[in-house]
Design a protein around this ligand. Sequence first.
Ligand code: GTP
Ligand code: SF4
Ligand code: SF4
Length: 324
Amino acid sequence: MLEDSFGREVTGVRVSLTDRCNFDCVYCHNEGLGDTRGPMEPGDDEMGTDDVVRFLEVAREFDVGKVKFTGGEPMLREDLEEIIRRTPDGMETSLTTNGTFLPGRAEELRKAGLSRVNVSQDALDPKAFAEVTKSGAYDKVLEGVEAALDAGLDPVKLNMVVFEATAGYVPKMVEHVAENDGLQLQLIEYMPELTGNPEWAIDIQRVHDWLEEQADEIEIREMHGRKRYWVGGGMVEIVDPVENPSFCSNCHRVRVTHEGFLKGCLNRNDDLRPMGEMTKPEIRSAFRETVANRVPYYGEYMVRNDDGEWEINDRYIDDQYIDA
Ligand SMILES: Nc1nc2c(ncn2[C@@H]2O[C@H](COP(=O)(O)OP(=O)(O)OP(=O)(O)O)[C@@H](O)[C@H]2O)c(=O)[nH]1
Ligand code: SF4
Ligand code: SF4
């Protein structure tokens, strides 16, 4: 297993398969690349099936045990089932989707080897849902969640970005997952540093405090040191990376953009390494170099200055990457 110079082992990869999406969520950060989603037609900038599989085979050689497929909307890729089917043995596969294409396809995905799925659902309210996603597909998403449960994907996590427009729906969502077996809730802190509109952010500590009062049990997940609250039998996890050095110091994933660039951190685009159509030996070196150059974002790449504000650590300003 590869480890970076901060002692963080790389146990997972997160692969964006496309930047296309049928939604236009107001908080979308396009996997850290900014709000620049591509058109709905398949682009020739996307990695091919073989490119994705070749990368996964190399990642597996380095003992990577998990892959998460993301987008854009990864289910716009017609070869998703094939990619999952060809994912090397020993790798747990999961998918993050807006859920609209799960009806009619969830079963096939599970048969191909998909273990679990995260579905974006920001509110249990069609109007709020439409405002946030700029889509009227609320019923389709509910159907998608049902289809995922019926197909036996376990767990089905509901991803809810918590910000001004959605924060009021948190209690209802917590109740919803407690009442429905197989569902879990993942509350995601709004990331103003990637999406703009900083005024939409809410203080995520308020959500932690509220859940602490409600919870029967609290546990800390190794990944990112994320807190999990058990409320009325339902599980609620908080993803709170913003200005959180402890989140970054427990980050174990390397990322791949839909164009086939490796990157060590979601929040950075200055450490991209091409990988798409390379041979396996070339991918191995690119992977090693990416890991060798991984840096925890908050607390190392971004540090607090004398006024208490976050700024880029001087040592990374004219960074020259090392060869692993
Ligand atoms: N900054 C940062 N944000 C992350 C990271 N991982 C996940 N997120 C945020 O969490 C959102 C939801 O991620 P998902 O892919 O659905 O879930 P996950 O975080 O992979 O969690 P699991 O399904 O439990 O593995 C992403 O769109 C990001 O906004 C990370 O390593 N760093
Ligand atoms: S569904 Fe996901 S990829 Fe699509 S616009 Fe919303 S956040 Fe972005
Ligand atoms: S280092 Fe921090 S910001 Fe970067 S991907 Fe990991 S958790 Fe996210």
